[in-house]
Design a protein around this ligand. Structure first.
Ligand code: F6P
Length: 486
């Protein structure tokens, strides 16, 4: 089993100034209808975890400039962020429309995303997707060259950039290169569905360190390498690959959150007004209890099963009607792909069906919102909710499962968590379920609403402790210190 890194942190391993490279940028500049330029923060675990790290560490973040006003506000593609209190450089990589279609909507999200989430029926690999994926990885490698000093380590993020490490290595044979893979790594029997499996592995193996959220993903990666390259020496206990005189360490390094940041925001949140804003027309007095789900509208998130489970529960327990409202905070995502557009429609129709069936004049069972919530409002919403439902079919980690318990500063709150999310490997105290088992999800919601005080408080404090142990600052230190291991 590939090693967990908790024992091997070298405090001084993190460079003073970081160079990180990801597809998604933390801040985009968008032009409004009246021509005014607005700044928008990205939704998703990677950006919310890395932004506080970059703010405290400083350096350069290289990412796709996806906003329509991004280049207008940048100087040679570089803008200081966060705009309200600049702390680091964001270097934007401009992508053509064809590149976005082929690389982002194509290869990254119609080949690698379903592959790694072990949903191969959704894979679609047009030849242009691979060509664009390679070309964009080359573009990122060139951008790295313009911002990173020769000896500076470069840290790649996620599945969009599997080839860029090799391309940078060709330019910089002695550089320290790292990669963190934010989504699951599939079993070898699934990975073999990929038409470009060897090229992807070769790209990644140019790194000195590759990190995954769990030891299980790291081990599956090592098995895939072993199957692909007979000339490679793979040591699964040590978590190393030696191939063509290159040594790569493969480590389990679970990503966490900025614990203090989330806790502070929850403490200062105006919970009453968050409730009123989110519940809107629905009954918003304090007597209605809240359950909450927060996610991008991604087909891996298990939202329809969750809604079906809620319907199941309200059906078999009429006394719970009017008792609690489920708030679904959803973010639109990847809508250039038909499967995502269909998923959004399916979710919205399911919400409507349940509301039509169980709703009354003064109670709306499900409140669905796509409103953009700032981090303060989100922390208030977490705090207002007695139960959080995180029920993905598969998820690399899932940081909502980390944020929610930390935001429960009043000492109450229960988490229903899919056993197939990476978070289930690391968090103790959740009510875990199989995300396809509708009856079990309904049972877990029911149980969460009825936990006795001692059990609830014990579970919450175990959750909080396990989240604290994975603080995002530690994650960075662990990743860099893996490069210094003997
Ligand atoms: O969770 C995987 C991930 O790629 C994150 O790394 C990212 O923040 C999130 O999905 C959002 O996806 P996208 O960048 O496609 O909007």
């Amino acid at each position: 089993m590939a090693p967990e890194l908790s024992e091997t942190v070298h405090g001084d391993a993190v460079p003073d100034s970081l160079v990180v490279v990801s597809n998604r940028e933390p801040y985009s500049h968008e032009r409004g209808d009246g021509g005014e330029i607005r700044v928008q923060s990205a939704a998703g675990g990677l950006t919310s975890a890395l932004d506080p790290v970059m703010q405290s560490q400083g350096g350069t973040w290289v990412a796709w400039g996806s906003g329509d006003a991004d280049m207008a506000v940048a100087d040679e593609g570089i803008v200081r962020v966060p705009p309200s209190d600049p702390a680091y450089d964001l270097k934007r990589v401009p992508l053509s429309e064809a590149a976005v279609q082929g690389y982002y909507y194509g290869y990254a999200n119609q080949v690698l995303w379903p592959l790694c989430h072990e949903d191969t029926g959704r894979m679609w690999a047009e030849p242009t997707y691979w060509e664009q994926y390679r070309a964009v990885n080359e573009q990122f490698a060139e951008a790295v060259d313009t911002v990173a000093d020769p000896g500076q380590p470069v840290w790649f993020q996620d599945y969009h950039l599997a080839l860029a490490p090799r391309l940078v290595r060709e330019r910089r044979p002695a550089a320290t290169l790292l990669q963190f893979w934010h989504i699951p790594w599939p079993a070898p029997s699934v990975f073999q569905h990929c038409p470009h499996s060897d090229a992807l592995l070769d790209g990644l193996l140019a790194c000195d360190v590759i990190g995954f959220h769990t030891a299980g993903y790291a081990e599956q990666f090592l098995h895939c390498v072993d199957n692909a390259f007979s000339a490679a020496t793979v040591d699964t206990d040590a978590g190393t690959v030696t191939r063509n005189d290159e040594l790569t360490r493969v480590v389990a390094n679970p990503l966490g959150i900025d614990v203090e940041g989330v806790r502070d925001r929850a403490r200062t949140a105006d919970v009453g007004s968050v409730r009123d804003t989110v519940l809107g027309g629905s009954r918003s007095d304090t007597s209605v209890r809240l359950a909450l789900g927060v996610e991008r509208l991604d087909y891996s998130k298990g939202i329809p099963e969750r809604i079906e489970a809620l319907a199941h529960l309200w059906d078999r327990r009429p006394d719970l009607r009017g008792e609690f409202t489920y708030v679904q905070k959803a973010s639109r995502t990847r809508e250039g792909i038909a499967a995502y557009r269909r998923y959004r429609t399916d979710v919205m129709e399911a919400v409507e069906r349940v509301n039509d069936r169980f709703g009354t004049d003064d109670w709306q069972p499900i409140v669905y919102t796509e409103a953009t919530l700032d981090n303060e409002t989100l922390a208030g919403l977490y705090r207002a909710a007695e139960v959080a439902l995180v029920t993905p079919h598969r998820d690399g980690m899932n940081l909502v499962a980390h944020e929610y318990p930390v935001a429960c500063v009043d000492g109450d709150g229960a988490l229903v968590l899919s056993e197939l999310a990476g978070a289930a490997t690391h968090l103790d105290g959740a009510l875990t379920i199989n995300p396809h088992d509708i009856e079990a999800i309904a049972d877990a919601i029911e149980r969460a609403l009825e936990l006795d005080e001692a059990d609830a408080s014990d579970r919450l404090s175990r959750l909080q402790h396990s989240v604290e142990a994975l603080d995002s600052a530690q994650w960075v230190a662990r990743q860099f210190s893996a490069g210094q291991s003997p």
